[in-house]
Design a protein around this ligand. Structure first.
Ligand code: ASP
Length: 600
């Protein structure tokens, strides 16, 4: 028997129909011989009733009751029956099918389920088992409505993105998974070659170099829903493999790429929510983001800006601040206005923030309150009149305000102050729920320079077009609610510039040639000006759905320790496979037996 309807389909308009439904037994209960089953599938839940008093003539009630007994929870079953109205007062408003039920006339067990390790019905928070159990039995976890919704939402998002990009002439082109390393600042996952023992492919950290070569090839507009692989420490909410909506365009400037992204998001928004998304997105420069919000991914859904107090303390008797200014550091203040915070934060809370400051990498935290028109704390005695006047003016300090002052080296202090700002906003309930605030971070530096060693790292990656004498990069980030959704840039399209940037990153000519010679060669055959961007799909879905972790947006994610619990990978491989790949003998070759310490 084939199903006639899904479990989410039947309505009052179907009353009296003979139907066949197939799905999973989510829940069953027996009310003195009358049995009820919640039959579930991806589309919904329909109530099935077995009523021995109410069966078509000639039905073997006992045989049917026996079949139903075999319907253990989460078994796959098939039922035939007649759609009827539910008894008044027992309608289920949570389900679209809640006005009707199916009076069973025959049934079949399609495949029995073992007792599931956890309850799959809609349940209150906290009833779920640990995430590791959910991941080990992901095929069951994915039967839950919440997971089904997330997977459907993700599919719809990607579909809408594809629709938009295709309508704009983008070609979906697959780039290789087995390739040479494409650096994006993480370690590579590598794959040994059997045919060429001792050599390895790298799984792509992104399709960056391939998409650039597609521009050299004249493809003009490319996109891909691309799997990327990065071997990173699992401190953040990252996955070893994740998905990017990756694209590249030729003969464009930064604004073209940004406009195109905004229109894509507006299209997706309309498709998902039926609403217009406000475009263009506001832009904030890297400098402003850092100095005003202490982050290159500032959350701009709330205020609480940092104010710069360095000038106000150029002359002071307070030794710590005096030294910091003399060493070229920065002093910033956060004004917790009386009405939103000043009064809510007491002495004990301040102590908690002082200890948090250390955790956030700050040297410390100085605080003061405005009382009787004066800034007041145990250190103001070291302040000059100008210092005090400066604080009042810069911080716009009014009676009852509480002011936090943080000082030290530029980057560390701003980043620490940014974390403090986020913490305070969360503690004080300043983060609005259910709002989505997109932003562009623009005017970014080309390099991250270590203040001590002077060593340069690429701010994004080494293929960004530099300008302003290599100080700035034509790169930008797209941000949503204080999270980076993705980065984009114009790219270097001239070989000599590419070589120079790699040099500046500390690479020798030989290393450049060995690692990137093949790519620089491509740039030397008329590479057009080009640029692009990649959006982290897992991340954007997680934010839009309010999920705490991207794992809840991925069908089969790895756990926090980069393990796949469902199949037990990563796993050892058999010795004969190791031999085939010559991995053992290669490792042996590398060992220096003569100089080996042998334990007695
Ligand atoms: N390849 C970059 C990344 O993965 C994105 C881009 O520059 O297009 O972050």
């Amino acid at each position: 028997m084939r199903r006639t309807h899904t479990c989410g389909e039947l309505r009052s308009s179907d009353l009296g129909k003979e139907v066949c439904l197939q799905g999973w037994v989510r829940f069953s209960r027996d009310h003195g011989g009358v049995a009820f089953i919640d039959l579930a599938d991806r589309y919904g839940i329909t109530q099935i009733v077995f009523d021995p008093e109410d069966l078509p003539a000639g039905t073997d009630a006992q045989a049917l009751a026996d079949v139903m007994k075999s319907f253990t929870r989460e078994s796959a079953v098939s039922v035939n029956g007649i759609v009827r109205k539910r008894v008044e007062g027992t309608e289920d408003a949570r389900n679209n099918t809640g006005e009707v039920e199916v009076l069973i006339t025959s049934a079949e067990l399609l495949s029995k389920s073992e007792v599931p390790p956890f309850e799959l019905g809609d349940q209150k928070e906290g009833v779920l088992p640990s995430e590791d159990v959910r991941l080990e039995y992901r095929y069951l976890d994915l039967r839950r409505t919440e997971m089904i919704k997330a997977i459907e939402f993700r599919s719809k998002f990607i579909h809408l993105a594809r629709q938009y990009l295709e309508s704009q002439g983008f070609l979906e082109i697959e780039t290789p998974m087995l390739a040479k390393s494409t650096p994006e600042g993480a370690r590579d996952y590598v794959v040994p070659s059997r045919v060429h023992p001792g050599t390895f492919y790298a799984l792509p950290q992104s399709p960056q170099l391939y998409k650039q070569m597609l521009m050299v090839a004249g493809m003009d507009r490319y996109y891909q829903v691309a799997r990327c692989f990065r071997d990173e420490d699992s401190r953040k909410d990252r996955q070893p493999e994740f998905t990017q909506l990756d694209m590249e365009m030729s003969f464009v400037d930064e604004k073209d790429i940004q406009d195109n992204m905004e229109r894509m998001f507006a299209y997706i928004w309309k498709g998902l929510y039926g609403k217009d998304l406000q475009i263009p997105f506001p832009r904030i420069s890297y400098m402003e983001a850092m100095e005003r919000y202490g982050s290159d991914t500032p959350d701009l859904r709330y205020g609480l800006p940092l104010e710069k107090l360095t000038e106000a303390f150029r002359e002071t008797n307070y030794g710590i601040l005096k030294n910091i200014v003399a060493e070229g550091g920065i002093i910033v203040g956060l004004n917790l206005k009386k009405d939103i915070a000043g009064e809510k934060i007491g002495r004990n809370d301040v102590d908690r923030y002082i200890s948090l400051a250390k955790k956030f990498g700050l040297g410390g935290l100085t605080w003061m309150r405005v009382e009787n028109g004066e800034v007041n704390s145990n250190i103001v005695k070291y302040f000059t009149e100008e210092n005090k006047a400066g604080i009042k003016k810069v911080m716009n300090a009014e009676e009852g305000d509480l002011i936090f002052v943080m000082a030290g080296p530029w980057k560390r202090t701003l980043e620490g102050a940014g974390l403090m700002r986020r913490q305070l906003a969360a503690d004080l309930g300043l983060v609005p729920e259910g709002t989505f605030q997109f932003h562009w971070l623009v005017d970014c530096p080309m390099f991250d320079v270590d203040p001590v060693s002077g060593k340069k790292d690429a701010f994004h990656h080494p293929f960004v077009l530099p300008y302003d004498n290599y100080n700035k990069g034509a790169c930008f980030d797209i941000l949503l609610n204080g999270n980076e959704l993705g980065s984009g840039s114009l790219r270097i399209n001239r070989p000599e510039v590419q070589r120079e940037v790699l040099h500046m990153l500390g690479m020798s000519d030989e290393r450049i040639e060995e690692n990137f010679g093949w790519f620089i060669k491509a740039l030397s055959y008329g590479a057009p000006p080009h640029g692009g961007i990649a959006i982290g799909v897992d991340r954007v879905i997680a934010i839009l759905l309010g999920k705490e972790t991207i794992r809840d947006t991925i069908a089969f994610p790895k756990n926090k320790k980069a393990e796949s619990l469902i199949d037990g990978s990563p796993d050892r491989i058999d010795d004969d496979k190791m031999e085939e790949l010559q991995l053992m003998s290669l490792a042996m070759d590398d060992m220096d037996f003569d100089n080996m310490d042998v334990e007695e």
